[in-house]
Design a protein around this ligand. Structure first.
Ligand code: RFL
Ligand code: PHB
Length: 394
């Protein structure tokens, strides 16, 4: 079997794996990225859209900011819509910071172009099948490419292969613990070729269920509807989606969303999960491989970026100075942030979704929303976590 060698073997070319390889490159540390899918597939996969203040800055600082600066939409607030009224949370005033709305697949395209432009090894259509030797000083990743089995020997392995990858399952049974919460909700998400009906995101709680108005550009709207986790997509022809969005996103003053041609739709079940610890010997988990959050808080991509920022700094100290203190602190530092994000995402989900079947819970959520728009402290607490949760954990 052909064996390759590198310092850091990275499994997965999502935002976590690609950003890690760029941050390591800037420190002069060589890596190889293995990705099971094709380049076209990962560049087209529609997912997140909100970058925290500090994560947008990180992308700029690491050289992936050209298009982000030109095309990213800087938002200094979001709106909450409930009881038929819109209420603005002014992030600029509450935190002095802003978010950037920029599609995850654009971040992925920018990072791939940057890495390949610098001659990096990103092997597409090269799925990892096993991680071996974690208890030895020669860990390796077994993968296939063009029908041939290969092995990548590494000093360190970064498991950035998402929640359904192989890395999380590689340590011996019982070494890692998985905490899971399944939410009784799903999101039906669409992309439509129509100007967003508002300049900023609108998170809406209605008696018909949650809805979210977001966007990708001045011409493309991104919208979501709360549905059942196993909702059949076939039950949602375009007209029904627009009717439901208009029924939920409606205000007393006649404002509503504008329909347009839908060119992408999908349903995602909502789940929270955290793996503890995020390290086993030379294997370090990062991003969705270690934790997932329901999308209501817009945290998944931002947590992934926060993990690899720490991991890159820790690997820098390890390879440059033989100092392992940051590597040893990696799991605890990331888990502190991951649980803060789980708590925030659970709070946003419980506050904005309806139809829980529990009238007491529904009244609590309504009370929380009223408190948010009447108390500067409550609004500021949401704002600081929405805009820059990563900065709250060092
Ligand atoms: P990814 O993006 O899943 O990438 C993992 C990569 O690993 C590859 N892979 C393998 N490669 C080689 N060998 C194997 N055996 C492999 N197994 C898997 C996969 O093909 C893939 O390319 O994980 P990463 O990099 O950790 O990034 C995490 C983010 O993708 C995720 O957290 C966000 O998309 C979550 N999320 C949001 N996050 C935000 O910060 N802000 C948002 O506004 C936001 N909105 C969302 C979201 C996720 C959503 N869905 C679809 C779950 C909205 C939605 C609807
Ligand atoms: C998105 O634009 O895709 C998006 C925005 C905010 C969220 C989740 C997704 O909370």
């Amino acid at each position: 079997m052909e064996t390759l060698r590198t310092r850091v073997g990275i499994v997965g070319a999502g935002p976590a794996g690609l950003l890690l390889s760029q941050l390591l490159h800037l420190r002069g540390i060589e890596s190889v990225v293995l990705e099971s899918r094709s380049r076209g597939y990962v560049e087209q996969r529609v997912r997140a859209g909100v970058l925290e203040h500090g994560i947008a800055e990180l992308l700029e600082r690491c050289g992936a900011g050209d298009r982000l600066r030109r095309e990213g939409l800087v938002h200094t607030g979001v709106e909450l819509l409930f009881d038929g009224c819109r209420h603005r949370l002014d992030f600029a005033e509450l935190t002095g910071k802003a978010i950037v709305v920029y599609g995850q697949q654009e971040v992925v395209k920018d990072l791939i172009a940057l890495r390949l432009g610098a001659g990096a090894a990103i092997l597409f259509e090269a799925p990892a099948s096993a991680i071996e030797g974690l208890d030895s000083d020669r860990p390796s990743i077994r993968f296939s490419q063009n029908g041939e089995e290969r092995r990548l020997e590494c000093d360190v392995i970064a498991g950035c292969d998402g929640f359904h990858g192989v890395s999380r399952l590689a340590p011996p049974e019982g070494a890692l613990r998985l905490h899971v919460r399944d939410y009784p909700y799903g999101w039906l998400g669409i992309l439509a070729r129509v100007a967003p009906a508002n300049d900023e995101l609108i998170y809406c709680r209605s008696e018909r269920g949650f809805a979210l108005l977001s966007m990708r550009s001045p011409e493309v709207s991104r919208l979501y509807l709360q549905v059942a986790p196993d909702e059949p997509l076939e039950d949602w022809p375009d007209d029904r989606i627009w009717d439901e969005l208009r029924a939920r996103l409606r205000t007393g003053d006649g404002w509503t969303v504008t329909p347009g041609p839908i060119f992408e739709k999908g349903v995602t079940a909502m789940r929270g999960a955290v793996v503890e610890p995020m390290r086993y010997g030379p294997l370090f988990l990062a991003g969705d491989a270690a934790h997932i959050v329901p999308p209501t808080g817009a945290k998944g991509l931002n947590l992934a970026a926060g993990d690899v920022r720490l991991l890159a700094a820790a690997l820098g100290a390890h390879f440059e100075k033989g100092d392992d203190s940051l590597l040893d602190a990696y799991s605890d530092a990331c888990l502190g942030r991951a649980w803060l994000a789980e708590e925030f995402s659970a709070f946003m989900t419980a506050t904005l979704h309806t139809l829980s079947g529990d009238p007491f819970e529904e009244r609590l959520a309504e009370a929380r929303l009223r408190h948010l728009v009447n108390s500067r402290e409550a609004a500021a607490s949401l704002a600081e976590r929405y805009v820059d949760l990563n900065s709250l954990c060092g």
